[in-house]
Design a protein around this ligand. Structure first.
Ligand code: C2E
Ligand code: MG
Ligand code: MG
Ligand code: MG
Length: 272
């Protein structure tokens, strides 16, 4: 009976699986070619103080696919993580962002900017991660205090000892650490308090909720209070409306990032 069902399953699933495998192979070889041919591109989205001074930028990767056009990281980062191709991609992102930061050192209007770079869990968990960062800083000659590594709160649930150690090593290099998508993970407050984190990035979902009700808004206010009590800078991501900006400013949020202020921009259109 089991055999019969097995045979049925094979008949039923085989064509679909074949398609999935094919799709996957295409994506895999497309992705490798994209790395080799430099089809990836970084966009930069400014981060502002309450007085609308640009304090930094976040580097956000896009795939300029020769046939499919510009592809959002939302579509390829999960694949890149699963296939481990995030490792060469992450290396490229770090190098490219820091080369850009090095270029900006020549421009008095831009030389103070902080460059925030997203780092995936797999990339951060690599044994050589800190030495990789150190090497790229050395090669590009950028001031380490102008590099900020964005880690997501959700990755804190993994090997805690290793995470604290790595964060401390990064701090010793002088690099800043931001906790991205904050409020959506499950980090405990006692754990958070032990980590050498410079910045909390309030997840976009809390920013959107601000105008829904006072109760919803109180969550964003609590995160700002929590960050400040732990001596961290607090940034809001996904600020889309003036009302959100005003509310956040009134509640002493330190930094603002979102479509209201500026979209992510390619380097050719980066204006300030
Ligand atoms: P994230 O790090 O949380 O980045 C914020 C995302 O929100 C970006 O999407 C940004 O373009 C978008 N955004 C900014 N302002 C607004 C706004 O006002 N409204 C709305 N609705 N969205 C806004 P993007 O560029 O598509 O990136 C999505 C995610 O992909 C990022 O989320 C990050 O997790 C990941 N990602 C992007 N670049 C990299 C990278 O170089 N390495 C790694 N590991 N992940 C990356
Ligand atoms: Mg980010
Ligand atoms: Mg984020
Ligand atoms: Mg987010």
């Amino acid at each position: 009976e089991a055999k019969g069902r097995g045979r049925n399953q094979v008949c039923f699933y085989a064509p679909q699986m074949h398609e999935k495998v094919l799709e996957r192979v295409t994506l895999d070889s497309d992705f490798r070619r994209a790395l080799a041919e430099e089809q990836f591109v970084l966009y930069y989205q400014p981060q502002w103080t309450a007085n609308k001074e640009m304090k930094g930028v976040e580097a956000l990767v896009r795939w300029r696919h020769p046939e499919k056009g510009m592809i959002s990281p939302v579509y390829f980062i999960p694949f890149a993580e699963e296939s481990k191709l995030i490792l060469p991609l992450g290396d490229w992102v770090l190098r490219t962002a820091l080369k850009q930061l090095a270029d900006w050192q020549q421009d008095p209007a831009l030389k103070h900017l902080i460059m925030s770079v997203n780092v995936s869990a797999l990339q951060f968990s690599q044994e050589g991660f800190v030495s990789q960062v150190k090497e790229v800083i050395y090669q590009t000659g950028i001031p380490p205090a102008q590099l900020q590594i964005e880690l997501t709160e959700s990755m804190l649930v993994h090997d805690q000892f290793d995470i604290i150690q790595k964060m401390q090593s990064l701090k010793q290099l002088g690099v800043l650490i931001s906790l991205d998508d904050f409020g959506t993970g499950y980090s405990s407050l006692s754990y958070l308090q032990q980590l050498p984190i410079d910045q909390l990035k309030i997840d976009q979902s809390f920013i959107r909720a601000i105008q829904e009700s006072d109760k919803q808004a109180s969550l964003a206010a609590s995160i700002i209070g929590l960050g400040h009590n732990l001596h961290m800078e607090v940034i809001a991501e996904g600020v889309e409306t003036q009302a959100q900006f005003d509310w956040l400013k009134q509640h002493e949020c330190d930094l603002f990032q979102g479509f209201l202020l500026a979209r992510p921009m390619s380097i050719d259109t980066f204006c300030y």
